[in-house]
Write a protein that binds this ligand. Sequence first.
Ligand SMILES: [Cu+2]
Length: 75
Amino acid sequence: MTEAILTITGMTCGGCVNSVTRVLQAVPGVQQAAVTLVPSQAVVSYDAARTDPEKLAQAVAGAGFTVTASQTRTA
Ligand SMILES: [Cu+2]
């Protein structure tokens, strides 16, 4: 599994956190998404053969939020 840490802007409450969690977990290849408000980020474990940070950012954008930075590390 690969882990991506996405820095997200636009989240203001627990509802936003739930929305981002839901869209990330719906991306094929995502195993787990842990979204927090403070700091405003998502830590996502995923199968690098099936998805990538660009697709994760697109899913977040689809929910109305913006990924401003991402870093990955192979777990
Ligand atoms: Cu909200």
